[in-house]
Design a protein around this ligand. Structure first.
Ligand code: NAP
Length: 352
C-alpha cells in the first residue's frame, strides 16, 4: 500500500447514539483525539434539544469534558452538519438512519450489526483485512459510504486467529465466551439478573460469532466478498464482569504447528496500523501471557489503552489441535476504539 497521508487539520465528526454505552466510549476516546474533533452529538428524540451533560448518565471513569457536555444533542432524524459520523445506534434504527446519512454523502463508521453483511460494506478490523476497504468503490448508497466493525466478541477472537490463519491455515473453531455486562448496552442486564449469576444466552450472539469471522478472514476480489471456509461453533454467556470479554477458543489448523511456533507468530504479529503508526493502534496487537492464570478481564482489559488483545493458556486440545484463552476490551477494541481505528485507517488513505 502507498504511504499514509499526513493529517494536518482535525476532521470534524459526529456521534450517533451518543448517550449509550458505546456512544459514551466514543466521546471519551475522541475527546483528545489528534485527528478528529467532536462537533455533533445525536440520539433519539428523547434526548434531543438538551445539553449532552444534562441528558447523559455518564458512566465512564474519566470526567465528561465541558466542551462536549455543553453541546446540544440533536435528533438523528434532523439534518446534521458534519460529513463523518460514528454510529453507536441501537440496531432497531441503525439501518434506516445510517443509509439516510450515507445517501446525503456522509461517511458512516458503524458499530451496529445492520450493514455488516451488505455485499459492498467492509466488515473491518484494520490489522486483519485493511484491503477490504477497496469495496467502498462499489458502494452505491449515494455519495456517502458505510463501514462496519464486528461484534465485540468476534473482534478479540479474530485478532488472535489472523496470525494463525496466515501462518498455518485454520479449518475449525470452537469458542465459549464469558462476556461482560457493558456489552448489553446501558442500562443493560438488570442487577437482579446479573449478580451472583451467569446467563447462558445472549440473543443473536452465537450466530454473529459463527458468521462474522468468515467475512473478516475471507477475500474481497474486486467485485464481491468470498467467505473463508471455516467451521465455527460458538456458545455465548453473560457474566458479571463490567468490561472485557474472555473467550476459550479451540482450533483445528490446516498445517501442523508447535506451541512455540504459535506463540511466536502471535508475539511477532504486526500489521498496517502498526506500520503506519495510527494514533489508536496498539504497538503490539497481541500479548501472550505465560502465567496460566492470565489473561483476566480486570487485569489485562486496559492493556495498550484497551486496544491490545491478550492471549494465554495455549495447550493441546484432545478434540481439535490447540486451545487457548483470549481477552479483549468489548467497548474499546470491540466497539468504539475499533471504529475509531477504522476511521484512522480511512483518513490515512484519504477516504474521509
Ligand atoms: P445502548 O447503550 O442501548 O445505546 C443505544 C443508543 O441508541 C442510545 O444513544 C439511544 O439514544 C440511541 N437510540 C435508541 N433508539 C433510538 C431511536 N429511535 N432514534 C435515535 N437513536 C436511538 O447500546 P450500546 O451498547 O451503546 O450499543 C450501540 C450499538 O453498538 C448497538 O447496535 C450494539 O449492538 C453495538 N455494539 C455494542 C457493543 C458493546 O460492547 N456494548 C459492542 C459492539 C457493538 P437515547 O438515549 O436517546 O434513547
Amino acid at each position: 500500500m502507498a504511504k499514509p497521508l499526513q493529517i494536518k487539520e482535525k476532521i470534524p465528526v459526529g456521534i450517533l447514539g451518543v448517550t449509550g454505552s458505546v456512544g459514551q466510549k466514543f466521546v471519551q476516546l475522541l475527546s483528545n483525539h489528534p485527528w478528529f474533533e467532536i462537533v455533533v452529538l445525536a440520539a433519539s428524540h428523547r434526548s434531543a434539544g438538551k445539553p449532552y451533560g444534562e441528558v447523559v448518565n455518564w458512566i465512564q471513569n474519566t470526567p465528561l469534558p465541558d466542551s462536549v457536555a455543553r453541546l446540544t444533542v440533536r435528533d438523528t432524524d434532523s439534518e446534521l452538519q458534519v460529513s463523518v459520523l460514528f454510529s453507536a445506534l441501537d440496531a432497531k434504527v441503525a439501518q434506516e438512519t445510517e443509509q439516510r446519512f450515507a445517501r446525503q454523502g456522509k461517511v458512516v463508521i458503524s458499530n451496529a450489526r445492520n450493514h455488516r453483511f451488505h455485499p459492498q460494506v467492509p466488515l473491518l478490523i484494520p490489522e486483519v483485512n485493511p484491503d477490504h476497504l477497496a469495496a467502498l468503490e462499489k458502494q452505491s448508497f449515494g455519495g456517502g459510504k458505510i463501514v462496519t466493525n464486528p461484534n465485540c466478541s468476534t473482534t478479540g477472537m479474530v485478532m488472535a486467529l489472523k496470525p494463525l490463519m496466515d501462518a498455518f491455515g485454520i479449518e475449525k473453531i470452537h469458542v465459549v465466551t464469558m462476556q461482560a455486562l457493558s456489552g448489553a448496552g446501558y442500562p443493560g442486564v438488570s442487577s437482579l439478573d446479573a449478580l451472583d449469576n451467569v446467563i447462558p444466552y445472549i440473543s443473536g450472539e452465537e450466530e454473529k460469532m459463527e458468521r462474522e469471522p468468515k467475512k473478516l478472514l475471507g477475500q474481497w476480489d474486486g467485485q464481491q466478498f468470498t467467505e473463508a471456509p471455516l467451521v465455527i461453533s460458538a456458545s455465548c454467556n453473560r457474566v458479571p464482569v463490567l468490561e472485557g470479554h474472555l473467550e476459550s477458543v479451540s482450533v483445528k489448523l490446516r498445517q501442523k504447528a508447535t506451541a512455540e511456533e504459535i506463540i511466536e507468530v502471535w508475539r511477532n504479529f504486526r500489521a498496517l496500523p502498526q506500520e503506519w503508526n495510527l494514533p489508536s493502534a496498539p504497538k503490539q496487537p497481541i500479548h501472550y501471557f505465560e502465567d496460566p492464570k492470565l489473561p483476566q478481564p480486570r487485569l489485562q482489559r486496559d492493556l495498550e489503552k484497551g486496544m491490545a488483545v491478550s492471549v494465554g493458556r495455549l495447550r493441546p486440545c484432545a478434540i481439535l489441535d490447540y486451545k487457548f484463552t483470549v481477552l479483549s476490551h468489548n467497548t474499546i477494541r470491540g466497539a468504539a476504539g475499533g471504529a475509531i481505528l477504522n476511521a484512522e485507517l480511512m483518513a490515512a488513505q484519504g477516504l474521509i
